[in-house]
Design a protein around this ligand. Structure first.
Ligand SMILES: [Zn+2]
Length: 215
């Protein structure tokens, strides 16, 4: 089975697809945040560079991130992985191409308006952590502000306000054209329409995986 790179703007539904890929195909999901946490150690040069930059509150440079990822990916040799949260720019895409073998790229497409609704409409139960969306009929609670499952109050997610959402979406839009062009030229690019239901999005992803098995 080929390795997958999942590239998507915020609120495109990446988390759900990752879960389904783990359960349905036995993929291991690797997020770049986890890679940095796993390699944050004073025992290696890469680890020390991660600690130094993170402690200063600055972004870890691309070459250090790529080295950490290379170390991490070696642990999964022979096992299919899904990489999410990386690459975020064209330099990272080029670096990744030298450290990941036998992969294809799935780009989850969604408009800013639709993604914004999902991000800002998301509410979580304060008790059982079930997730709802007040802008989506299928996902909204039966009684406003009350969890269907346990009756507790629903809290608005505090980390998603319109400003922070827009900033994250801006970063995606700035980098997406060059990344998409790069993968298109390599014949690795697969586009998925993420504005539909999670089931339908997953069906599109499955078709891509199943269609690539005989490549
Ligand atoms: Zn609940």
């Amino acid at each position: 089975m080929r390795n997958l790179v999942l590239y998507a703007p915020p609120a495109a539904g990446k988390g759900t697809i990752c879960e389904k890929l783990e359960q349905g195909y036995g993929y291991s999901v690797i997020s770049i945040g986890q890679v940095l946490r796993n390699n944050r150690t004073p025992d290696t040069e890469v680890g020390r560079a991660i600690i130094e930059t993170q402690d200063k509150g600055i972004l870890t440079p691309d070459d250090i991130v790529a080295k950490a990822l290379d170390i991490e990916l070696k642990k999964y040799e022979g096992k299919p992985i899904v990489l999410e949260g990386y690459p975020r720019n064209i330099n990272q895409a080029e670096a990744l191409d030298t450290i990941l073998n036998n992969y294809l790229v799935i780009v989850m497409q969604i408009s800013r308006e639709e993604a914004k609704k999902r991000a800002l409409g998301r509410v979580t139960c304060s008790n059982c952590h079930k997730i709802y969306n007040i802008y989506d009929k299928a996902l909204s609670p039966k009684n406003e502000g009350i969890c269907d499952e346990c009756g507790a109050a629903l809290d608005i997610r505090s980390d998603d306000n319109e400003d922070s959402f827009n900033k994250r979406f801006d970063v995606f839009e700035e980098n997406a054209p060059s990344i998409i062009e790069f993968y298109k030229n390599k014949n690795l690019l697969h586009l998925v329409d993420s504005s539909t239901s999670r089931e339908e999005v997953y069906n599109q992803v499955k078709e891509i995986i199943n269609g690539s098995k005989n490549d």
